[in-house]
Structures are given as structure tokens and as C-alpha cells.
Ligand binder design. Structure first.
Ligand SMILES: Nc1ncnc2c1ncn2[C@@H]1O[C@H](COP(=O)(O)OP(=O)(O)O)[C@@H](O)[C@H]1O
Ligand SMILES: [Mg+2]
Length: 425
């Protein structure tokens, strides 16, 4: 089977790397990919990164199956287009992708389905939003309805700050059109967990739990980023929590979407807050997370290609899926300036040495400049390793990070530490 992966980041490199080791997969393509993807797959340039442009790439390589790393092609209807053109595609239709594409849709859906989530109000105008603020205490969470690349959520400590953010959102200054409708949401305290399943539209098979680190600085300080690192360890959830999430959140979502006429086939990601009232959904994503995927796929065994194909064909085969017990850690090395405008074009050294130290180094924002590897984005690399214990996995990952250099490199020193603190108690 020839598989085409859409996208160009660390997540897509990890997907291609894992597929490359799947016996069922003969060739792996990534469109457009990056220099890391090119080491494990064949990259196809994409001049037009829309569903139509990706369709052209799929025809060019004769893909038997296509999947998308990022959400944009899914929200833009890639699955629908590929279905019309008769090319097998694993990912939700445009209607099902609204779970990520519209936070208002997702919140109203959860309310209809009885899925635990924060109390909320949806607002279509600044006046409506101001009036709705009366029903909330502080901090309050303001969320742009549409896709905002991680920049559409603001936690506001007081009413004046909330009003100011709302003004900016509705004026289009914060996240453009994505902020023309908003969700106001009750603030939930707790620890976040990423929970991802693979669904064929009827059943959903769980991957292992993981935790992302969204803020740029240690101890979750500073502005939000695309994700500065992740770890995966089965112990993030106990059996009872896991069973609750599988039944009351994941399967319930799949059942209800089917009942509502928009069956969800693809990777379903629930961003959870573990609260005193139990796990609650902060948001859905309709694809794998980045950098959670790097940590997850590092632990995954079995034939990833069979898992995806079986789900795409409506008969998800969980026997294709196994995880090593050893925890894994992905540390993101970011460029100077990130999460603002990153500095680019700096030569990168030490990847081979990091790999000699046992790490797998996934490329996120790199490019080749006359044969030299240089930085080309905010998140540059994802240094991924595992260990017998989480502590060992963390040490292994950081030892590998020490080998890598580029001008202005920044990374968090505390990836996975929350897990360590939890289990030390
Ligand atoms: N109700 C909430 N209470 C507390 N924190 C929240 C809440 N909703 C979101 N957050 C925080 O904001 C981050 C981003 O929100 P999320 O809904 O995941 O949107 P997105 O990933 O699209 O930016 C979350 O990872 C979480 O840290
Ligand atoms: Mg999120």
C-alpha cells in the first residue's frame, strides 16, 4: 500500500517515520513534507496547499490511502473531495470536522450529547458577548469560534480585560474572521491530558494518554505556543479515569455524531481538563496532536498502516495496535523569537550525535540551504526518546538535546516534570 501524508511539520515526520516501519506499507509520501520527512519518505511539492492541490499530489504519486496531519484541509473538506474523486482518505468529512472548526458547534454538540464540558455561552456580536459576561465569574475564558492556530483562546482575569479582548476579537484584530463569533467559558482548574482515538465512524480505539506543554517557558509561564514538548506514559490516567473517558467522552462523541448524520471517521483528539468533577472536554481536535504524536508514535508498535487502513474502511482493527510500556518524551527545540516571529536561516548541527545517543529527531521547521540544514520555522526539531521510567526517558531526551545547536535555540527544561511530581507523591 502506498500512503500519502499531508503536511510539513514534526507530526507529519513522525507519522511518515512510523508508517515507513509498517509491513503493510510499501511506499510513504509526504506533501509537501520537510527535510526530515525526506529521510523516511518521498516528498511531493505542493504549490497550492488546499484540498484541490493535495488531490493533485495524491494523483501524482498514485496513493492508495491519504491522511492529513493538520486540521485545515479537513475543515476545508478534503475528505469529501477525495471521496468524490474515489481516492481512499482517512479523516473526517467537513461536517464532522466542525468539532474542531467551530468551537460553538463543538460546545453545543457536547451539550446535546451530555458530554462533560465547561459551562459556556456563545455570542455573535460584541453586545451579546458583553451581556453574557454577566453570567460568569473570573477568570473567564474567551475563545474565538474558528480556527486560530492556537491563538484564539484568552484567559481573562477580570471583566475589564475580558471586555478588551472581546473588543479586539470582534474588531478582527486578534485572529481575523475566526473571532467574529466567540465562546465564553467557565474557567476549569486542573491538569490537562490529551486523549486520542482512532475511529471508523462506529467504534473508537484508544491510543495512550499524553500531556502537551503549551506555554513557551518552564512552569507553564509565558505565552501559548503550538506545543513545546509532550510525554506519553500510561500512568497519566488510572483505569477508572480511562474507562470513563472512553465511554462517556470518546465513544459517546462517535455515537452521537453518527446519530446526527455526520459520522466521524478519523483521529479524534479530546483535550481534557482533569477537574474535581472528573474529566471535562476543553476542546476537540479532528487529527493527531503536535507534539503529542511524536511521543505517542515513538511508543507505538504494530502495523500503523493496518490500523489506519482498517479504520478508513470502516472496520477498525485494534489488533494492529500495541504500545511499549516505556514512557516517551518529545522536547521541542524552538527558534529565537518564537512564539512571535521566529528567526530563521541558522545552521543546525548535532542531529547525528543526538541520534547516536538513541533519540529520534523529528524535523518541524527545517530546510536545506545548499546542502546545509538550517532553521525555517518557530518549532525547529522534536527530540524524542524513551526510557524504562519517565525519569529515564526525560534524562535520555535532554542528553540528546544537549548535542544539538543552532543560534538562538530555546527549549523548556521541564518537559514531563509534572508526571514525575505526580508519581512521587
Ligand atoms: N475552560 C477552560 N478552563 C481553563 N483553561 C482553559 C479552558 N479552555 C481552554 N483553556 C486553556 O487554553 C488552552 C487552549 O484552549 P483550547 O480550547 O484547547 O483551544 P486551542 O487549542 O484551539 O487554542 C488549553 O490548552 C487550556 O490550557
Ligand atoms: Mg488546544
Amino acid at each position: 500500500m502506498k500512503i500519502l501524508v499531508l503536511g510539513s511539520g514534526g507530526r507529519e515526520h513522525a507519522i511518515a517515520w512510523r508508517l515507513r516501519q509498517s509491513p503493510s506499507v510499501s511506499r510513504v509520501f509526504v506533501a509537501p513534507g520537510n527535510p526530515g520527512c525526506a529521510q523516511v519518505a518521498e516528498c511531493i511539492p505542493v504549490s497550492n496547499p488546499t484540498p484541490v492541490g493535495f488531490l493533485e499530489a495524491a494523483r501524482q504519486c498514485g496513493a492508495d490511502l491519504v491522511l492529513s496531519g493538520p486540521e485545515a484541509p479537513l475543515v476545508d473538506g478534503a475528505a469529501d473531495l477525495f471521496a468524490r474523486e474515489g481516492i481512499p482518505f482517512f479523516g473526517p468529512t467537513q461536517a464532522a470536522a466542525r468539532l474542531e472548526g467551530s468551537k460553538i458547534f463543538a460546545k453545543q454538540f457536547m451539550q446535546r450529547a451530555g458530554i462533560p464540558t465547561a459551562r459556556f455561552a456563545a455570542a455573535n456580536s460584541l453586545d451579546e458577548a458583553r451581556a453574557a459576561l454577566d453570567e460568569f465569574t473570573y477568570p473567564v475564558v474567551v475563545k474565538a469560534d474558528g480556527l486560530a492556530a492556537g491563538k484564539g483562546v484568552v484567559i481573562c482575569p477580570s471583566r475589564p480585560e475580558a471586555e478588551q479582548i472581546l473588543e479586539e476579537m470582534f474588531a478582527g484584530r486578534l485572529v481575523g474572521g475566526a473571532g467574529s463569533r466567540v465562546v465564553l467559558e467557565e474557567y476549569l482548574a486542573g491538569e490537562e491530558v490529551s486523549f486520542i482515538g482512532v475511529s471508523d465512524g462506529e467504534r473508537i480505539v484508544s491510543l495512550e494518554p499524553s500531556q502537551d506543554h503549551k506555554r513557551i517557558f518552564d512552569n507553564d509561564e509565558g505565552p501559548n505556543t503550538g506545543g513545546m514538548g509532550a510525554y506519553s506514559d500510561s500512568r497519566i490516567l488510572n483505569g477508572q479515569q480511562r474507562a470513563f473517558i472512553e465511554r462517556e467522552i470518546m465513544q459517546r462523541t462517535i455515537d452521537r455524531m453518527r446519530e446526527e448524520g455526520a459520522p466521524f471517521r478519523g483521529f479524534l483528539y479530546a483535550g481534557l481538563m482533569m477537574t474535581g468533577r472528573g474529566p471535562m472536554v476543553l476542546e476537540y481536535n479532528v487529527r493527531l496532536g503536535d507534539p503529542e504524536t511524536q511521543a505517542l508514535l515513538h511508543r507505538m508498535e504494530g502495523d500503523f498502516g493496518v490500523l489506519i487502513r482498517s479504520a478508513a474502511e470502516g472496520r477498525v482493527d485494534s489488533s494492529a495496535l500495541r504500545f511499549r510500556a516505556q514512557p516517551s518524551v518529545c522536547v521541542v527545540l524552538a527558534a529565537a523569537g518564537y512564539p512571535g516571529k521566529p528567526r530563521t536561516g541558522d545552521p543546525i548541527t548535532g542531529i547525528e550525535e543526538a541520534e547516536r545517543r538513541g533519540a529520534t529527531v523529528f524535523h518541524a521547521g527545517t530546510r536545506l540551504d545548499g546542502g546545509r540544514l538550517v532553521t525555517a520555522g518557530g518549532r525547529v526539531l522534536g527530540v524524542t526518546h524513551s526510557g524504562e521510567t519517565l525519569a529515564e526517558a526525560i534524562d535520555n531526551a535532554y542528553r540528546a538535546c544537549e548535542a544539538i545547536r543552532f543560534e538562538g535555540m530555546q527549549f523548556r527544561r521541564d518537559i514531563g516534570r509534572k508526571g514525575l511530581a505526580r508519581w512521587r507523591q
